[in-house]
Design a binder for this molecule. Sequence first.
Ligand code: PRP
Length: 213
Amino acid sequence: MSERLRIALTKGRLQDKSVELFEAMGLNCSPVRNPGRRLIHALPNYPLDAVLAKAPDVITYVEHGVCDLGVVGKDTILEKGGAFYEVLDLGFGRCRFALAVKKGSDFYGTYKTRRIASKYPNVTRAFFEGKGMDVDIIKIEGSVELAPILDLADGIVDIVETGATLKENGLEPIEDVAQVSARLIVNTASMKLYKNEITDFLSRVERELGGKA
Ligand code: PRP
């Protein structure tokens, strides 16, 4: 008997893109398209239940095995880490982490310790440790671009997609930190327990992604 798998989808843009991908694979995603306030949805024509969660929670649910699979951005994976298999780059949700500063400012031209604001303190720490540079990191919850404008920080490490937010706030990217895109992750025990079901799902995803390439 085929086991129903449970997949955690990152709410918002990655959820929409995941639904597009699954529909292209022939999965009926109408419950996820019209979710109301419901957070878990059984797909009618494939043994898969979709759970809608915030990005870091997708990792938590997959790590704990309450979801077998997850779709989450590489940004969250780099920041939060965890024990799971990262099996596929889904190709959507592409953006990058960049170090950005006030336009024209000389970030490296001083010996004083720089202050960096970010929603991603671990990514920021790893980036500057890699350079052997000591920085003070200030955790900000959103609209990080405000920090240099308000003179709270010398720079930010943040997600850049179109670059419009930086530009409209008088900032410019000066260095790439990492490339980001949506990843499919799998719980390590589920991979063994539901090998056939997961292999079937993964090969359908790969076939669809391969067809697009
Ligand atoms: C993200 C990111 C930047 C912006 C980048 O913020 O933190 O602020 O998008 O996109 P762009 O390069 O296309 O302008 P989000 O919209 O998620 O809101 P937040 O800053 O409040 O987290």
